[in-house]
Design a protein around this ligand. Sequence first.
Ligand code: SF4
Length: 360
Amino acid sequence: MKYLDEYRDPELAAGLIQRIKSLSRKPVRLMEICGTHTVAIFRHGIRSVLPENLVLVSGPGCPVCVTAQVDIDRSIKLARIPDVIVTTFGDLVRVPGSGSSLAREKAEGADVRTVYSTFDALSVARNHPDRKVVFLGIGFETTAPTIAAAIMTAHREGLRNFSVLSMHKLLPPAMEALLSGGESRIDGFICPGHVSVIIGTSAYEAVVRQHGTPCVVVGFEPTDILEGLYRLIRLLEKNEAGVEIQYKRAVTPEGNIKAMHLLHTVFEPAQAAWRGLGVIPESGLKIRDSFSIHDAAQSFDVEVPAPVDPKGCACSEVIRGLKTPLDCPFFASKCTPEEPVGPCMVSTEGTCAAYYKYRV
Ligand code: SF4
């Protein structure tokens, strides 16, 4: 298939739905790890066409949602330093921290700027040599290579006033933590296309082997998702734990070697705090000592008091697939996209925002 509408072909979709229905016998819970899949599944009404024995649960794949409260508080502390300009992707600004948010700090005079790429943040640093520019680095393996490239550029140019607060997350350790935790029954994973473009499918082999939980790397169009579900069900019905690639037009077993090299040149794996999942070893990325001048965690005092999660918010359970937004008493009443209580309602990729938008 070459054109987008071919991936939305109703006849092809109907055939795949039929194949899923004929094949699917066991009751299974499948987790889509990625927020982009969550939104695509809702947008195309995919849940409504699946057999009842097949339950889809949303997982920890939204970078804003999994950013720990402690990191939100650290970002707010940075924004309060008088000569600092905090640069960030949009959604993070609205996430409530323990006592404030970046949006509130901005309203009260802090210099918080939304940028569309890390290279925009570099431009801010070039244009303000008398200020310290901190970029809030969130996201998974998809965004980390571009942030690594920005750090290397800053290093090459001698832009000593540019640094990154690295809050990046790695996906396979989160899958491992979810399965080891034993709380969430997950029979198979729908793995994200874009992260997998970078890390390749070989990155999932260890977790699949250890837990016997299959995964299929899936694209973002409706027929991609349906075909991915069909493949996952086929593995489960045969009791096979494997890694399959549905998204073959973009993903290979080895991934993007150049991007991974860039990532590993600047970052090294380190423990990271996740909202909902706690501290997971080797699940984050720390800036290597050779680039420490661009590491905001080393250049500034980012220690903060023990964070306070939003009272009554069920985001932690939603991220682990233990609850749906409908189980949260605040959903669509006290918590809306205009007045979010937790990050899952802030981000466009958040599960609560998807439930709200598509009025589930
Ligand atoms: S509805 Fe709001 S308060 Fe409830 S889990 Fe979602 S984001 Fe948190």
